[in-house]
Design a protein around this ligand. Structure first.
Ligand SMILES: *Cc1c(COP(=O)(O)O)cnc(C)c1O
Length: 396
């Protein structure tokens, strides 16, 4: 047999982390790595956070899982807190980002179906978006590399250019249910939507009775220095998918909606065996205890500004490697003039610095949101050394 016991769908590298220590990871060989990838924007409290560990330990000893057929004091508590902090009136908890987007897609369709408009099932989505790996969520993305081998796709998605309001408007037809968009594209290469685009989508949705569905799985939950990224744009969505940071490393996602948008999500329409179980809720509460306040968000903005300023100054030293810095808060991307994958591997293997490559020739910095000035210094030292040795290697 040549297939590996772990299904070989990931190009796994030689680094094998076995322990986390705040903003560092320690490999099987004992080496320490600075973690500015954070499990791809997940470990927002860093690794080994005492509050999160304690909450999970206590809840594991008390009650881990029960059926969603029973009353859920744990779910009600976390949902109420999220409702208080956001546009939403109601929350469905999931175990992952793709499931949260899946619930968001179903909620948008059910909104129209509920009043007899079953033909309004189509979501307008945007090129280079990433929404997850289930059949519905790969169908929502235009990326051929995710489709190959899995056809036929689910019907009901129309792809248009990201950040192009005229294209979005032109795509509206009799079957349109709404828009599904990442306010800041993550996998697509840290591309923030413009103000006009987001405000324009909101206005089009209002005008045509469409659902504005945001995928904030990566850009939400304090990542950009606001609790959710839509707050940067002075608009509110009808439906929003959250995950990644929301559990701080515990598998958790959520689909948020207004009362109006959720009118079709009545008893029997949706479900999840594990979704919102007491253990996940305890993790979610512990994360929210830390990040759900203005003081924490202001600190994320401050650190984001510092990191960005340092990066902008730095990339000028290597005009042959780097083009621009973009993003919001601690969701930053550096567009490169060379293939970023090799650079990310170089930083990891030779300078013990973890970053993530993304689309549009970028490498992403999505560190724990609890980094301090010392981590920024360490990051800049490792990046400087990495760029210098990489530039030499490139020339040879
Ligand atoms: C990661 C991601 C998803 C999918 O989340 P999973 O937990 O991997 O299912 C969906 N949308 C966006 C924007 C993401 O970044």
């Amino acid at each position: 047999m040549s297939i590996t016991p772990l299904m070989p769908v990931y190009p796994r590298c030689a680094f094998r982390p076995v322990k986390g220590d705040h903003c560092h990871l320690i490999g099987e060989d004992g080496q320490r790595y600075l973690d500015f990838a954070a499990g791809i924007a997940v470990n927002i409290l860093g690794h080994s956070h005492k509050g999160l560990i304690g909450a999970i330990q206590r809840q594991a000893e008390t009650l881990m899982h029960v059926s969603n057929l029973y009353g859920s004091p744990q779910g009600e508590s976390l949902a109420s807190r999220i409702v208080d902090l956001t546009f939403a009136d109601t929350v469905f908890f999931t175990n992952s980002g793709a499931e949260a987007v899946e619930c968001a897609i179903k909620t948008a369709r059910a909104y129209h179906s509920h009043v007899g408009n079953d033909h309004k099932y189509e979501l307008i989505t945007f090129k280079n978006a990433f929404h997850g790996r289930t059949m519905a969520t790969i169908s929502a993305s235009n990326q051929d590399k995710m489709h190959k081998g899995f056809l036929p796709l689910l019907a009901g998605f129309k792809y248009v250019e990201f950040d192009d309001l005229e294209a979005a408007k032109a795509a509206i037809g009799p079957n349109t249910a709404g828009f599904l968009v990442e306010p800041v594209q993550g996998e697509g290469g840290i591309r923030p939507a413009s103000d006009e685009f987001m405000k324009g989508l909101r206005a089009l949705a209002d005008e045509h009775d469409l659902m504005l569905v945001l995928d904030e799985v990566q850009c939400g939950y304090a990542r950009t220095g606001k609790f959710f990224a839509y707050e940067h744009y002075g608009i509110e969505p009808d439906i929003l998918a959250s995950a990644k940071g929301i559990g701080g490393g515990f598998p958790l996602g959520a689909c948020l909606a207004t009362e109006k948008a959720a009118r079709g999500m009545v008893i029997g329409t949706h479900g999840s065996t594990y979704g919102g179980n007491p253990l996940a809720m305890a993790a979610g509460e512990a994360v929210l205890d830390v990040v759900g306040n203005e003081e924490f968000l202001a600190q994320v903005r401050t650190m984001g500004d510092k990191l960005r300023a340092r990066l902008e100054q730095f990339i000028g030293n290597y005009p042959e490697l780097f083009e621009e810095v973009r993003g919001k808060g601690l969701m930053l991307g550096v567009k490169m003039k060379v293939e970023p994958r090799g650079f990310v591997a170089h930083l990891r293997d030779n300078h013990q610095l973890l970053t993530v490559s993304g689309g549009d020739s970028t490498f992403r910095l999505v560190p724990p949101l609890v980094i301090d000035d010392g981590h920024v210094e360490e990051f800049m030292e490792r990046l400087s050394a990495g760029a210098a040795s990489f530039a030499v290697a490139e020339v040879q």
